[in-house]
Design a protein around this ligand. Sequence first.
Ligand code: FES
Length: 116
Amino acid sequence: MAAAATELICPSGALEERGVGVRFVIEHASGEKTKGFAVRFQGQVYAFRNACRHVPVELDLVDGHFFDPSREFLVCSMHGALYAPDTGLCVAGPCKGASLHALAVEERDGQVYVTG
Ligand code: FES
C-alpha cells in the first residue's frame, strides 16, 4: 500500500482527553482508502486503523465512541476487546496480544494531521 499524503483530520480542540474520537478516511496514492480514528490520551493524539484485530470490523458502534467506561482502554463494540490507547496493544479479549494498526499522526499549529 502506498503512503498517503499528509491529511488534515481535525482541529486539536476536537479531541478532548479520553473523549469522543474523530473518524476519518485517508486515500492512498493507489486509490485505496483506509478508515481510521484519532483519540487523545494522556495529552497525546493517537491514530489507528478502525479495524478490530479479532474480526476486521470498526470498533465504534456509536460513531467516535472508542473508550470503555473506565476511559483507560479503547474497546471494540463487537466482542469487547480492550486495547491500550497509546500502543494499540490488545490487553484483553479474543485478540489479546495483537495490536491495532497505528497510523502516523502529527499535531501542530492547533491542527491534527495523519500521514497513514
Ligand atoms: S470483532 Fe472486535 S472483539 Fe471481536
